[in-house]
Design a protein around this ligand. Structure first.
Ligand code: ZN
Ligand code: ZN
Ligand code: ZN
Length: 251
């Protein structure tokens, strides 16, 4: 299984529009972060987690041609506003299976009302909706949807074999922690240094990494408060800041 970070930025992206801070003006490509999303390649098939606001740019950047399935974490704009831009793939290859919890479907049905009309126009996204109700099998992979807490909103984290993707949360409940042991790679939310009501700080993320003890951890959903090179120096050996385009194999 190969993981590629399509985007690692917080909801407004980095650089943020109108911001002149050091990170936003940085010429380090690792400080340029599109909205958070990840591609999982398994036996030549592609699964994406979330369809970010920047999906079109992300797909063009890596030459993405097919999507076997989309897994949604939640329906916040930065994670689902790219669904409409997956249409060229649907037009070529047919409807795409989309997996989300009922809470996330409620948001998606509201945002994408035109997709769910009884007789939609031909040009709308074609999806095959699946409601997540527990672990499921996809392309021969066991997918474990796990609940994490994003302020008051339950968000879906995903475990696939020894890889786990845990974005948009400030709390990982004990039941979920119990299912995140023995990981080769943990991807985890780390927004900034200062407390936030719905996201983890860098210290919060490091605390969970210490508790869960993955072999490697990568931080994502990063704001402009974190400058890649500078913050990287202070991280433990097995923790790195993810950046757009980073690709790695999960063992
Ligand atoms: Zn987000
Ligand atoms: Zn900035
Ligand atoms: Zn969110």
């Amino acid at each position: 299984m190969r993981i590629t970070f399509l985007g690692t930025g917080t909801s407004v992206g980095v650089p943020a529009v109108g911001c002149d801070c050091e990170t936003c003006l940085s010429d380090d490509p690792r400080d340029k972060r599109l909205r958070t999303s990840v591609l999982i390649e398994h036996e030549g098939r592609n699964i994406i987690i979330d369809a970010s606001t920047d999906f079109r740019q992300q797909a063009l950047r890596i030459g993405l041609k097919q999507i076997a399935a989309i897994l949604f974490t939640h329906s916040h704009a930065d994670h689902c506003f790219g669904l409409d831009d997956t249409r060229p793939i649907m037009f070529r290859h047919g409807a795409i299976p989309v997996f989300a919890t009922e809470t996330t479907w409620q948001g998606l049905r509201r945002i994408y009302a035109y997709v769910f009309e009884p007789a939609p126009y031909a040009g709308v996204p074609r999806i095959i909706p699946h409601r997540i109700e527990g672990d499921f099998n996809l392309l021969g992979l066991q997918i474990e949807p796990l609940t994490v807490i994003h302020g008051r909103l339950p968000v879906t984290a995903y475990r696939l074999d020894r890889f786990a993707y845990v974005t948009d949360c400030n709390v990982i409940p004990d039941e979920t922690c119990a299912r995140l042991s023995d990981l080769d790679l943990l991807v985890i939310d780390a927004l900034r240094f200062k407390k936030h009501p719905t996201h983890m700080t860098l210290d919060d993320a490091l605390g969970y990494i210490e508790r869960l003890r993955p072999r490697r951890a990568l931080l994502t959903h990063i704001s402009h408060d974190i400058k890649h090179a500078e913050t990287s120096r202070s991280l433990p050996e097995n923790v790195r800041i993810a950046y757009d385009g980073l690709t790695l194999e999960v063992e």
